[in-house]
Design a protein around this ligand. Structure first.
Ligand SMILES: Cc1ncc(COP(=O)(O)O)c(C=O)c1O
Length: 439
């Protein structure tokens, strides 16, 4: 099928997520391999966002394909109440790879659903109902998960689920809690403790955080935040849930981002990178004391396709590829290389307001003027950004532009020359955003 027919039929007979269908301009993809996407007429784009920060091992890895086919030969589907060899093997492997006492896993179909089940788990375990979340966060698009979400994707879904209390992040959008990390952490947690007291600690089951915040700005927690947050929550018997749907599975240069902070949460949710998105899977991992609770008490959750053998087979193979081919190490090694490219772009382009990355989780922040305003307002759009997006695509690069930021999240298998190739396209395109800078 040629590109135009593909696009026309998709738009005529299917709805696109988060969009008005008439306005979407989808990339026509016929094939994908490694860090590359290919169109029907031989077009080629470097995937600089691993799709939705999710194809962590790169596209089309043969070992995952083989594992999926092998699983098809054995058993394609049995309902989640049955035991399977693949469920046994994956669960054992995840227990080995997940730090601390997180040894027990519940399998869902994606990240939002992992969070929905985490909401149930913390409420059932603690007997409390409130959940604290932060504004600069995305936790998924289903009823509960979109209520946990702080960003504008929540607005059309309000009022949503009850019992959610939203607090400021250590890095609010337009001002700071302080100059140094110590000051920021102390001020933010002092404010959080006051909120906890107002709400009544005995009513709060858990706090959900994206350990390193993703689409809301690749926000690495300030030094000391994670252990001090953990201690504050422990003081009030409030559970910590780390949403590692986006930042987990190697993205930050460690298997899990919470390892950078030297903590282990009570619950971790994951998806995306756990299968590198080859098949849909979400996972909720719980600590031994929570798992023990559900040995004697009913965990009231489950859908027909939970613990789907095909998806579990994709996960075990994808996780093993990531570890065996040291892609987590590659993300850590390429962190300074990516930062070097970003520093070079900042020197060359007046529009580059800032940049940040941890591992291969990064973004470039686009400014509007010397006063430091962002080009695109919070939750908004700008014609120059749209033109820049068109340039990237026409010149062979796919990535995500989120408000005022350009995402740089390639698959973790990327080589240095491929990384340089992508940054060279961005470099050329930034001339468009320089021209929009108000001098
Ligand atoms: C941090 C985070 N949590 C949850 C989700 C939801 O995952 P899914 O789209 O697989 O439901 C996402 C998706 O982008 C995410 O980034």
């Amino acid at each position: 099928m040629d590109s135009q027919t593909m696009i026309d039929l998709c738009k005529r007979h299917s709805l696109f997520s988060w969009s008005a269908t008439a306005k979407v301009d989808p990339l026509p993809v016929a094939r994908a391999e490694g860090v590359w996407l290919y169109g029907p007429e031989g077009q080629r784009w470097i995937d600089f966002n691993s799709q939705l920060m999710s194809v962590n091992i790169g596209h089309g890895h043969p070992k995952v394909k083989e594992a999926i086919v092998r699983q098809m030969d054995d058993v394609m589907f049995v309902y989640p109440g049955m035991a399977t060899e693949i469920r046994a093997r994956l669960s054992q492997r995840l227990a080995e790879l997940t730090p601390g006492d997180i040894n027990t896993f519940f399998y869902t179909l994606g990240g939002a659903e992992a969070n929905e089940n985490a909401i149930k788990a913390v409420r059932l375990f603690s007997g409390r109902h409130k959940i604290i979340v932060r504004y600069r966060a995305y936790h998924g698009a289903t009823h509960g998960a979109i209520t946990l979400t702080g960003d504008p994707r929540r607005w059309p879904n309000e009022p949503g689920m009850g019992g959610v209390v939203r607090v400021m992040d250590p890095a609010p959008y337009d001002y700071s809690f302080g100059a140094s990390d110590d000051e920021i952490v102390a001020n933010n947690l002092c404010y959080l403790e006051e909120v906890i007291r107002y709400e009544g600690p005995h009513t709060i089951a858990a706090m959900f955080i994206e350990t390193v915040t993703g689409t809301n700005g690749i926000l690495v927690p300030p030094a000391g935040y994670l252990p001090k947050l953990r201690a504050l929550l422990d003081k009030y018997g409030i559970l910590l849930v780390c949403d590692e749907v986006m930042c987990g599975w190697g993205r930050t240069g460690k298997v899990f981002a919470f390892e950078h902070g030297g903590i282990v949460p009570d619950v971790v949710t994951m998806a995306k990178g756990v299968t590198s998105s080859y098949l849909p899977l979400g996972v909720m991992g719980v600590s031994d004391r929570i798992a023990d609770h559900f040995r004697d008490n009913v965990f009231s959750g489950g859908l027909t396709y939970n613990a789907h053998p095909m998806c579990l087979a994709a996960a075990l193979a994808a996780v093993n590829v990531m570890i065996d081919e040291d892609m987590v190490g590659n993300a850590a090694r390429l962190e300074p290389v990516m930062r070097g490219h970003m520093e070079r772009l900042q020197q060359r382009h007046v529009c580059v307001r800032g940049h940040r990355n941890i591992g291969l989780f990064g973004l470039i922040d686009i400014g509007k003027n010397a006063a430091g305003e962002r080009l695109v307002p919070y939750g908004g759009a700008h014609p120059a950004m749209a033109q820049f997006g068109r340039f990237l695509r026409d010149n062979g690069l796919f990535t995500m532009l989120q408000w005022s930021t350009v995402m740089t999240n390639p698959p973790l298998c990327i080589r240095e020359d491929e990384l340089a190739y992508g940054f060279d396209i961005i470099d050329r395109g930034l001339a468009i955003l320089d021209a929009a800078f108000e001098r």
